[in-house]
Design a protein around this ligand. Structure first.
Ligand code: KG4
Ligand code: ZN
Length: 342
């Protein structure tokens, strides 16, 4: 079985990226992502528009993935798709497409949990990536998720903590919006932060027990801070943008690092594998590198295209499930709320 070439077509449509990938065993042959630009003008994802854009994108994206991989659909061994969690209207497009194609081609259908996929993306065979050893701690940080997971094996994971309100990417984006930066503001906060003083302004860290997170209070304290300061000086934001960004980013990274340190302390596991769009942040990368040197951690960050929402990560789970014959039937439905391990 292991020597055989398994070709998986994977489909991801949980939020605002329509993506299709072809994997041959653990290698990615193609990974096409159509990012929906329409949401930019609204400052966040509009579910109805996302669903409609998925419907427009899915056929061309799958065609492109097959063409780029130079694979005919008759060669496919199975189809993997994101069952959840995510926006119902978006998930339904990918799920319906995957179900119909698997029926038409008479090949197995594999359902994938999007959050497990963010973590198992680390097992994609790519020369620039090192595969973590079990057990490790997975931390998924993006515009939609903030989660710390104990990963004992491919399909033996336990959520240790998650956000009680906003995701960490949302904290970046909403703070950026308050400063008048365009959506999604995370990368701009990062860019400005590199030129600013992280200790210029103090923002309170939330007091949340255990390994759960909360970011909504930070957003409110930034709002009040900016209102107070701009009353005194209407140009406050423009004159201090780098220092504000650096201070906001510093606070967010402190929150993440505090929780990671606690998770390491509680589990004794020092291998940390992060994923999600916020893994692109230069500050978190620095902090993790520092932790390798000062705390003896071993840290892993996948290539950026496997951090953000993408179908290749769905494909690697598809391949691992294919080996275990974990198939699903046509009665499967999309699942907007879908906890890891449920
Ligand atoms: O994984 P992703 O592409 O989509 C989901 O949200 O699922 O993550 C996007 C999020 C956005 O909130 C964006 O602002 C944030 O990741 N992001 C960053 C950076 N690059 C992307 N946040 C901080 N620093 C960055 N360099
Ligand atoms: Zn995601």
């Amino acid at each position: 079985m292991v020597n055989k070439k398994i070709y998986i077509l994977a489909i991801e449509s949980s939020c605002d990226d329509t993506s299709a990938a072809i994997l041959c065993n653990t290698k990615v042959l193609s990974n096409v992502v159509a990012t929906q630009e329409i949401h930019k003008q609204y400052g966040g994802v509009v579910p109805e528009l996302a669903s409609r854009a998925h419907q427009q994108n899915i056929v061309p994206v799958v065609h492109q993935a097959l063409a780029k991989a130079n694979i005919d659909k008759k060669q496919l061994s199975a189809i993997a798709f994101t069952r959840g969690p995510g926006l119902m209207g978006s998930l339904l497009v990918g799920a319906s497409f995957a179900k119909s194609l698997s029926l038409g081609l008479n090949i197995p259908l594999i359902e994938v949990n999007h959050m497990e996929a963010h973590i198992l993306a680390h097992f994609i065979d790519d020369e620039s990536m090192t595969v973590p050893e079990f057990p490790f701690l997975g931390m998924t940080i993006s515009g939609g998720h903030t989660q710390i997971v104990r990963v004992n094996n491919y399909f033996d994971m336990e959520v240790l903590g998650e956000t009680l309100d906003d995701a960490v990417g949302e904290a970046f984006d909403k703070s950026a919006k308050l400063m008048g930066l365009p959506y999604p503001g995370g990368p701009l906060v990062d860019k400005n932060a590199q030129l600013g003083n992280p200790r210029a302004f103090d923002f309170p860290k939330p007091k949340v027990e255990g390994l759960n997170f909360s970011f909504s209070g930070l957003k409110t304290s930034i709002l009040y801070f900016l209102q107070r300061e701009t009353k005194k000086n209407p140009d406050f934001v423009a004159e201090n943008i780098n220092d504000i960004c650096a201070s906001v980013q510093y606070t967010i990274l402190e929150i993440l690092m505090d929780k990671l340190k606690l998770a390491v302390k509680q589990t004794g596991i020092q291998q940390i594998a992060i994923g999600g769009g916020v893994a692109a942040n230069s500050g978190i990368r620095e902090r993790l590198k520092e932790a390798e040197e000062t705390l003896g951690w071993k840290t892993y960050i996948p290539k950026f295209q496997y951090c953000t929402d993408n179908a290749a990560m769905i494909g690697i789970v598809g391949y691992l499930k294919f080996l275990e014959k974990q198939f699903t039937d046509q009665s499967v439905g999309a699942k907007a709320r879908y906890a890891i391990g449920s």
